[in-house]
Design a protein around this ligand. Structure first.
Ligand SMILES: *[C@@H]1O[C@H](CO)[C@@H](O)[C@H](O)[C@H]1NC(C)=O
Ligand SMILES: *[C@@H]1O[C@H](CO)[C@@H](O)[C@H](O)[C@H]1NC(C)=O
Ligand SMILES: *[C@@H]1O[C@H](CO)[C@@H](O)[C@H](O)[C@H]1NC(C)=O
Ligand SMILES: *[C@@H]1O[C@H](CO)[C@@H](O)[C@H](O)[C@H]1NC(C)=O
Length: 353
C-alpha cells in the first residue's frame, strides 16, 4: 500500500545531498528519504559519506534549515555505516555476525516536516459534494473563488472566531497595560519551509488548528482578507495573505497604544500587502510581532531599523509572493491598505522612505 503511494509522490531534490524530500499527495507534510547507497564495502561507505560532508560544508549558502536536515540525513547514514562496521568486526573476530543488527537504510525515514502525521487530520478535507471548478491540484480547493458551498468570506465564520470582544479588547487598561521594555531584544525566528510546499485550502465546514502559537505558514481558508487593518482577523485568514507575500502585524490588545501606532506607521509606510490585527497569543514580554512567510519577529518595543530590515528581507516571499490581487474577506476591516508614496500596487519599493 505504502509503496504504491510512494510512486506518485512529488519529490524535491535537496540540492546536494543524496536524499529527497517528498510530499505525499494532498498533504502539507514532507518526508526525508535518503537514497539507497546500494551494497558497498565499509571503505566505500565512508568515502561516500565524506563526499557528502565535503559537499555540504563547501557550500557557502544553504537555505534556512537545510543544514539541519542534511545533518539528520548524514547521521542516519552514518548509523548504517557503523552498524555494518560492527558486523564486520564481529565476523573477523569469529563471532556470529548476525547478532549485530543492521538497520537497512531504506527503513530510515527521517524527520517529518513540517508536522508529524498525527498532528493534522488531512484526509477527506475536500467536501464530497464540492463541484470540480472549485477544486485544484495545488491547494485542494481553488483560491479566491467565493462559494457558499465552501468559503465566501461570509458563511460559518464562527468556526474560526466567535466574535468575542475578548480577542481585541484590553479590559481594564489601567491595570493590564503591558509595560514596554526598551532593553529587551527582539526575537527573530525563521523555519525551513520546503520550496515546493503548497498550503492546503480548507472549506468552512472544518476547523483548522496549528501546532504553534505563532504560525508562519500552514493550511488556511480559500478566501483571503483585503489588505489593511482590522478590528480582528483570525489566523486561518491572514496566513493566506502571507502566502501572497504579505507582512502581518500582530499586537496584544493591551500593548501601549503609542507603541502600536509607531509599528503601524512603519508597516503601512513600508508595504501595501499588510494585515494589522490584534492577537492574544503573543507573550507578555514581547506583545508585538511581524510575520512573513516562514519568519517572525517578536518585539517588546519598536526599533525602526529592525522593523524595516525585517520587512525588506522577508516581505514578498511566500510561494505566491508576487501575487497582488486583493482578497474577498472584509469582516472587521477598519482601513484598506494603500501603497506608500514612492512605491506602487506591486510593492516594487519596500519601505520607500
Ligand atoms: C480569543 O481569546 C480567547 C481567550 O484568550 C481564546 O481562547 C480564543 O482562542 C481566542 N480566539 C481567537 C480566534 O483568537
Ligand atoms: C457550515 O456549517 C454547517 C454546520 O456545521 C455545515 O453543515 C455546512 O456544510 C457548513 N458550510 C460550509 C460552507 O462550510
Ligand atoms: C510543531 O511541529 C513541529 C514538527 O514536528 C515540532 O518540531 C514543533 O515542536 C511543534 N510545535 C508545537 C508548538 O507543538
Ligand atoms: C517574483 O518575481 C520575480 C521577478 O519576476 C521573480 O524573480 C521571483 O521569483 C518572484 N517571486 C515569487 C515568490 O514568485
Amino acid at each position: 500500500m505504502a509503496t504504491v503511494l510512494w510512486t506518485s509522490l512529488a519529490a524535491l531534490f535537496i540540492s546536494l545531498a543524496h536524499a529527497r524530500l517528498v510530499f505525499p499527495p494532498g498533504t502539507d507534510m514532507g518526508y526525508i528519504v535518503p537514497d539507497d547507497p546500494g551494497p558497498r564495502k565499509f571503505e566505500d561507505d565512508t568515502n561516500w559519506l565524506n563526499e557528502i560532508d565535503a559537499d555540504v560544508y563547501d557550500q557557502p549558502v544553504l537555505q534556512r534549515g537545510e543544514r539541519e536536515i542534511l545533518n539528520d540525513i548524514e547521521s542516519a547514514l552514518w548509523k548504517t555505516v557503523e552498524d555494518r562496521a560492527r558486523q564486520e568486526e564481529a565476523r573477523s573476530a569469529g563471532e556470529d555476525e548476525t547478532d549485530v543488527q543492521v538497520e537497512p537504510i531504506e527503513n530510515w525515514h527521517g524527520r517529518w516536516f513540517p508536522h508529524p502525521p498525527e498532528e493534522l487530520t488531512r484526509k477527506g478535507n475536500i467536501p464530497a459534494d464540492l463541484p470540480d471548478y472549485l477544486k485544484d491540484d495545488k491547494h485542494g480547493v481553488v483560491m479566491g473563488i467565493p462559494s457558499s458551498m465552501c468559503d465566501n468570506g461570509k458563511v460559518n465564520l464562527t468556526v474560526d472566531w466567535n466574535f468575542s470582544p475578548i480577542n481585541y479588547t484590553c479590559f481594564d487598561p489601567k491595570h493590564h497595560r503591558i509595560p514596554v521594555q526598551d532593553s529587551l531584544p527582539s526575537v527573530e525566528k525563521c523555519v525551513y519551509v520546503p520550496q515546493n510546499y503548497t498550503p492546503e485550502h480548507i472549506c468552512m465546514n472544518r476547523e483548522i488548528m496549528y501546532n504553534t502559537s505563532l504560525p508562519t505558514f500552514g493550511p488556511h481558508r480559500p478566501i483571503w482578507p483585503v489588505f489593511g487593518e482590522y478590528k480582528f482577523v483570525p489566523v486561518q485568514r491572514w496566513l493566506h495573505n502571507i502566502e501572497h507575500g504579505a507582512v502581518v502585524m500582530l499586537y496584544d490588545p493591551c500593548t501601549e497604544p503609542l507603541v502600536v501606532h509607531r509599528l503601524r506607521k512603519l508597516v503601512t509606510g513600508c508595504i501595501r500587502k499588510h494585515i494589522i490585527t490584534p492577537y492574544t497569543f503573543l507573550s507578555k514580554e514581547r506583545p508585538l510581532a511581524l510575520i512573513a512567510w516562514g519568519c517572525s519577529l517578536e518585539m517588546s518595543t519598536v526599533d525602526e531599523k529592525e522593523v524595516k530590515t525585517f520587512i525588506k528581507k522577508y516581505g514578498l516571499h511566500g510561494p505566491e509572493g508576487n501575487y497582488t490581487k486583493d482578497g474577498g474577506y472584509k469582516e472587521g476591516l477598519i482601513r484598506k491598505a494603500k501603497y506608500p508614496p514612492g512605491s506602487g500596487e506591486k510593492d516594487s519599493n519596500l519601505c520607500p522612505s
